[in-house]
Write a protein that binds this ligand. Structure first.
Ligand SMILES: N[C@@H](CCC(=O)N[C@@H](CS)C(=O)NCC(=O)O)C(=O)O
Length: 209
């Protein structure tokens, strides 16, 4: 399998973590989806990564769909709780964590626009979503080891990726001080080999108009 990624992307990291957790061998193709010449639109009409190219030629895009696809592979550890309602809970956390990532991506991209086009109101609007998303992740975690159903699941993959991305792109955000339980949970996740092999790193993005 081949996974098209951007090195800072929290969505690509979800797919990378899942592939490592599943023990599925894969190659990574690195692109910068924001820059001219990216390969992303060849495979995804939305021009976004991550994109998984399977050995049978199937193309799967959007991190949520990639995680659902990977969970169909036989003989690999499940990433979704077996119970239907716990599965919905896990998907709900994934949507919440992905929403935090969407907001942090928009804040990071806003800073790469021409100075006269940048909007502090827009950044504030996105920051409110990050604040509320972090508070909700902390509430849902409570004193538990994992977010849903007592097992490591897509909820933890998505939350861990969102926390790591926020630490990278929004280092001034005080979530680690406000939510020490969430910070300790994130540190535990980062010790997993799948997280260590998929640490996000910055890329050079051209100025966006
Ligand atoms: N919902 C998508 C979001 C993917 C996404 O926003 N990827 C960003 C990189 S972090 C991207 O490729 N953006 C390029 C663009 O919007 O043109 C997923 O979960 O895969």
């Amino acid at each position: 399998m081949k996974l098209i990624i951007a090195t800072p992307s929290p969505f690509a990291r979800k797919a990378r973590i899942a592939l490592h957790e599943k023990g599925v061998p894969f190659d990574e193709e690195i692109t910068v989806p924001w820059n001219p010449g990216t390969s992303a639109p060849e495979y995804n009409p939305l021009g976004k990564i991550p994109i998984l190219i399977c050995d049978d030629g199937r193309v799967v895009y959007d991190s949520r769909v990639i995680l659902a696809y990977l969970d169909t592979l036989p003989g690999t550890p499940p990433m979704f709780p077996a119970n239907a309602m716990l599965r919905i809970d896990a998907l709900q956390v994934e949507a919440l964590a992905d929403g935090v990532c969407d907001a942090v991506v928009l804040i990071a991209i806003e800073a790469r626009r021409k100075a006269e086009l940048q909007s502090s109101d827009w950044v504030s609007r996105q920051s409110v979503k990050v604040d509320a998303g972090m508070a909700e992740l902390d509430r849902l975690l409570g004193d538990k080891t994992y977010l849903v159903g007592g097992i490591f699941s897509v909820a933890d993959i998505a939350a861990g990726s969102a926390l790591g991305y926020t630490a990278l792109r929004f280092p001034a955000h005080p979530w680690r001080t406000l939510f020490p339980r969430l910070a300790a949970y994130w540190q535990r996740l980062e010790e997993r080999p799948s997280f260590q092999k998929s640490r996000p790193s910055a890329q050079t993005i051209v100025e966006i108009g």
